[in-house]
Design a protein around this ligand. Structure first.
Ligand SMILES: C[S@@+](CC[C@H](N)C(=O)[O-])C[C@H]1O[C@@H](n2cnc3c(N)ncnc32)[C@H](O)[C@@H]1O
Ligand code: SF4
Length: 369
């Protein structure tokens, strides 16, 4: 048995509709055909518990759209985990939600079952852009859902936003930021649209229907940092802004290189230098888990320098940066970035400057080259 596993991830692959920019492993349509899926997740946790000491501090339900599960499914999953796991040290239970899928009774159920943090995929407060993004909800639905979560007493709410969406003007983005701040969430994630391979958006980009404007994107990112900082949010990671004390503990642990186990199709696990991915097929995942078989499909043994580099690539995106003493293998490249004004001292740490944050990918690349 290895050391305790403190962080658990659950991939819930169901979505009301496939968004044209999304590359996560998801399925659309009714999850009736996967009625046994929750039992499979629980069986997989039970099996993992025979191999690892599961003492979670954070639990994260992502996807896909965990909020798309029906109330009785959520109840079975959350209740079942409490029977299987020791919850005495759990500090945070997060769940991702699409605004179209949360009614007041579901929000109350989540609260009653110990969900402490809901991450709501708002993306934009502009109905025309929501249409461009192929979202199933309007801005009004998203606002109503935000209030529903608050009224149900969910302790912390995060709002996900996307910028550099095709056709999005600076004025539209500024209005979305202002509206978000006015609602008073605890946390705001601001993602620059990524054109992921094998998506409709990627095909439109390579086909010339969409055009990227890097300078426009950089300006929106700079505006984001200034606006959210002025509103009292700390940018503790490139895309994540929190009120003091409201950072995502789960994501922070992940970026700092803690071990974690993932359950559900396509979920990754990393323990020490071992990494594996569960099979990317819901029916097959369900079959294997219920048969008591391993659900992993691919396995990888990382080298120590590889894992250290990978963690550095995550940590450099965080506001504290990295202790200089840990950066010796990359000193030469980092000195060049420092000269260019992309990195600066922060006590004994090296961290990105504001300008550096806009070029974070180029800096992070040296750690994983
Ligand atoms: C896995 S989704 C979970 C939330 C829920 N499924 C939804 O979309 O409302 C997490 C977030 O990732 C972001 N996201 C997904 N695809 C992206 C892409 N290609 N580029 C940038 N952000 C993306 C969106 O902001 C989304 O809310
Ligand atoms: S963005 Fe969210 S709702 Fe849309 S397909 Fe991806 S996971 Fe599903």
């Amino acid at each position: 048995m290895t050391g305790s596993i403190r962080h658990l991830y659950f991939h819930i692959p169901f979505c009301p509709k496939l968004c044209p920019y999304c590359s996560f492993y998801v399925e659309t349509g009714s999850q009736n055909k996967n009625a046994a899926f929750i039992d499979a997740l629980l069986a997989d946790v039970r099996r993992a518990g025979e191999e690892y000491d599961l003492r979670p501090k954070t639990i994260y339900f992502g996807g896909g759209t965990p909020s798309a599960l029906r109330e009785e499914q959520l109840e079975r999953l959350l209740g079942g985990l409490r029977e299987l796991l020791d919850f005495s040290e759990v500090e945070e239970v997060s769940l991702e939600a699409n605004p179209a899928t949360v009614k007041p009774s579901k929000a109350r159920l989540l609260q009653a079952h110990g969900v402490t943090r809901v991450s709501l995929g708002v993306q934009s407060w502009d109905d025309a852009l929501l249409k461009t993004l192929g979202r199933v909800h309007t801005a009004a639905t998203a606002e109503e859902t935000y209030h529903t979560l608050r009224e149900a007493g969910i302790p912390a709410v995060n709002l996900d936003l996307m910028f550099s969406v095709p056709g999005q003007t600076a004025a539209q983005w500024h209005a979305t930021l202002a509206k978000t701040i006015a609602l008073g969430p605890d946390h705001i994630s601001t993602y620059c649209l990524t054109y992921e391979e094998d998506t409709e958006y990627f095909r439109k980009l390579t086909g010339g229907t969409f055009v990227q404007d890097i300078e426009h994107d950089a300006q929106l990112f700079e505006d984001t940092m200034a606006t959210l900082a002025a509103a009292g949010f700390e940018q503790y990671e490139i895309s994540n802004h929190a009120r003091p004390g409201c950072e995502s503990r789960h994501n922070r642990a992940y970026w700092l290189g803690a071990d974690y186990l993932g359950f559900g199709p396509s979920a990754y696990s990393t323990v020490g230098l071992r990494r594996w991915e569960a099979v990317r097929d819901t029916a097959e995942y369900t079959r294997r888990a219920l048969a008591g078989e391993r659900t992993s499909e691919t396995r990888e043994e990382l080298t120590e320098p590889q894992r250290i580099g990978e963690i550095a690539a995550f940590r450099i995106r965080m506001s504290d940066g990295i202790p200089r003493a840990e950066l010796a293998p990359w000193a030469e490249d980092l000195a060049k970035f420092e000269k260019l004004g992309l990195l600066e001292n922060h006590g004994a740490n090296l961290r990105l400057t504001t300008h550096g944050k806009m070029l974070a990918d180029s800096v992070a690349e040296i750690f994983v080259a």
